[in-house]
Design a protein around this ligand. Structure first.
Ligand SMILES: NC(=O)c1ccc[n+]([C@@H]2O[C@H](COP(=O)([O-])OP(=O)(O)OC[C@H]3O[C@@H](n4cnc5c(N)ncnc54)[C@H](O)[C@@H]3O)[C@@H](O)[C@H]2O)c1
Length: 284
């Protein structure tokens, strides 16, 4: 059975981006959230992103109009799921919450529907285990900002079937993404490498080997990364990065021990742009 309708649970940073890509890919798209006030913001963001796409020549005005016609929003999981062939969960990164959401989805979604998680590090196998359809569960890891980021990491959990993987690969293609397939493992490919690089930058800073500005400059101009490690962690949030590192440390071992300097920054409330100060100061 083909995929015609995509439901996205959680209309935050990632959910709205995934909904944007789904609608642009020609899917009927239902965006669900527990917090009704996020819809106005999400729809304004989606409209703005479509306008930006048109301005950048990536989206035609016809595609924009067609995408806008594909959307609906709801505060009810049942309504979101009823007609969905694929449900992509983008609620906060908390295993207990993801498990609750998947158990609910399993009860509400049609038997043929695929259940995907946008988790950036948690075990998709563990999330899938609470359902009666683990072969139809998968990780679909999108990147922020979704309209501009090309990659979709497809996470094959222990029981994910080849049919589920193929269906999601096709969804990625229609969304205009390049896909990679990774076996379920903490941090997959991208979060694992990214956490390691970001942590190492803190160890270099902590040892007084170079200034934050020079570490970022070296990473950008010498390694050709589009952003410096500290610019990136200030954007992602030091608390978010720290909890990923703690998880990787627990599951993969000592090499992911969070740098004590990062731990101190988090304890001091220096969480990045969102708190006005991280590695850099944004208060001015
Ligand atoms: N932000 C990123 O850069 C990024 C990148 C890749 C993956 N992720 C992953 O995507 C997921 C979402 O992250 P985010 O940054 O979009 O979070 P966010 O906090 O911006 O958005 C989460 C949304 O989920 C809603 N929500 C909470 N509980 C819900 C429920 N039970 N049902 C429906 N909606 C619910 C919240 O109201 C909120 O609008 C996380 O698993 C995160 O690890 C984030």
């Amino acid at each position: 059975m083909g995929i015609h309708t995509v439901a996205v649970l959680g209309a935050g940073t990632m959910g709205r981006g995934i909904a944007y890509a789904a609608a642009l890919g020609g899917y009927r798209t239902i965006l669900e959230d527990v917090s009704p006030h996020v819809f106005e913001q999400s729809l304004a963001w989606i409209r703005q992103s479509l306008d930006d796409g048109v301005a950048r020549g990536k989206v035609t005005p016809q595609q924009k109009d067609a995408a806008l016609g594909q959307f609906s929003t709801t505060g009810s999981v049942d309504t979101a799921c009823r007609e969905a062939d694929l449900i992509i969960e983008a609620v906060p990164e908390d295993m207990k919450l993801k498990i609750d959401v998947f158990a609910t989805l399993d009860n509400s979604a049609p038997a043929h529907a695929i259940l995907a998680s946008n988790t950036s590090s948690l075990s998709v196998t563990e999330i899938a285990a609470v359902t009666r359809r683990p072969e139809k569960c998968i990780g679909m890891h999108f990147f922020n900002p979704v309209p501009k980021m090309k990659l979709l990491e497809l996470v094959r959990a222990l029981e994910t079937s080849p049919e589920t993987l193929d269906a999601c690969r096709e969804v990625g293609r229609r969304m205009g993404k390049e896909t990679v397939v990774v076996r379920d493992s903490p941090g997959f490919i991208t979060s694992r490498i990214n956490a390691m690089i970001g942590n190492e930058a803190f160890y270099i800073l902590e040892a007084g080997i170079a200034s934050a500005e020079d570490i970022d400059k070296a990473v950008k101009l010498g390694l050709n990364h589009p952003m410096g490690s500290f610019e990136m962690v200030d954007l992602v949030g030091l608390d978010v990065r720290h909890s990923i590192l703690e998880y990787l440390h627990r599951t993969l071992g000592e090499k992911f021990l969070p740098c004590p300097l990062m731990t101190q920054y988090v304890k001091a409330g220096r969480l990045g742009r969102k708190s006005g100060r991280g590695v850099y100061d944004y208060s001015a």
